[in-house]
Design a protein around this ligand. Sequence first.
Ligand SMILES: Cc1cc2nc3c(=O)[nH]c(=O)nc-3n(C[C@H](O)[C@H](O)[C@H](O)COP(=O)(O)OP(=O)(O)OC[C@H]3O[C@@H](n4cnc5c(N)ncnc54)[C@H](O)[C@@H]3O)c2cc1C
Length: 377
Amino acid sequence: MKVCIIGAGPAGSFAAYNLAKTGQFDVEIFENHGEVGKPVQCSGLVTKTISDIDPIFSCEEFTKIIGGKISKVRLFSENEKLELELKEPDLVLDRERFDKWLSALAEKEGAKLNLHSKFIKFEREWNGGNGRGEIIVHIERHGKIEKIKTDFLIGADGFFSKVSKGLGNEREFIPCVQANIAYKSDPERMDIFFSEKYRELFAWIVPKNAELAEVGLGCKEGTSEKFREFLKERGIHGKVSGHTGGPISLYSKKQNISDRNIFLVGEAATFVKASTLGGIIPSLHSAKALAGAIINGGNYEKELGNLKREMRIHLKIRRALDRFSDADYDALLKMMNKESVKKLLKEHSRDEYSGNSFALKLLMAQPLLTKFLFKAL
Ligand SMILES: Cc1cc2nc3c(=O)[nH]c(=O)nc-3n(C[C@H](O)[C@H](O)[C@H](O)COP(=O)(O)OP(=O)(O)OC[C@H]3O[C@@H](n4cnc5c(N)ncnc54)[C@H](O)[C@@H]3O)c2cc1C
């Protein structure tokens, strides 16, 4: 059985790795760019729960890709500040190396990686055989279109997913500006800033080391201008060594993510946590779920388990925060500055997909948060 995967990001390469290692599939990845992992449009921040997804995410090779660890978080609103210590530090992955490593693992298991190979469109061809029909994938390589027949097509082509468009989907998004800036800070501490000026997301400073940080801001309108204002307000004027921003999808449960033998994974399927920007872990979860469904002839949506529920909860939180004023953000941080909430934030991971949702636990630890968020909806 042939599987064509569009995109060699974390979702595409991890799906390819899982499928190829069974030895049952002829797996080909098609990547638009001439090099995997470039350009980087990500801070690379993940929780330690990445190692629960697969043992490869705790092997020695993986640990070499970790550029830093975040054990302290400061949250700022106009007049309030909340400081947290994390029991399990977050990991800052070197995204370029992470993507290269994962695609190399997939190749080692037998997947074929095609670079400079741009997916253009798919067509269906009915052959009556398995009832699903074959798919003809159009790939542009060196100015020529090649038509490739496949049994399964996986769209792991991220935000701009053409496979998703082919399934009739549209997406809502938040533009993010992000830059690598010379900035002296504690390399283990991340800062997040909430403001009504950029209420549809937030601004962040994620250190890469003691001298360099990824500084970013996301909001629906005037993002670049607000980013410049933010830098000015925070007195950040170090040398910029690269821009790593880009749009980020907002999860939508209305997305059509599986149509017989065509599937979407990762950000192509809008699997990004709307309240935190976290897309790497949901991408890996969805890739594993889909590979499992294809291998066992199961149902992809079922294999996703709690992932969709988590996405929905985070979207609801996002929608509430979208309406927050500076006074609301001040009140929120004040409420979170309670020992039971801080303990929960310290001890539990934001990426718990089995059992009780982290967001629900948080609301239980401070019931006022529930009232407050619903008031804002
Ligand atoms: C500014 C910013 C910061 C972020 N920070 C974080 C963070 O700290 N932590 C986190 O977890 N998430 C973060 N994210 C989100 C995260 O980057 C994405 O959710 C994640 O990369 C999704 O992985 P993916 O494999 O689904 O897609 P991608 O990583 O986008 O990979 C898609 C691949 O498909 C290829 N492709 C696209 N179109 C085609 C085509 N037509 N033909 C062939 N190939 C194609 C692309 O070149 C790319 O290689 C951030 C996002 C942004 C914008």
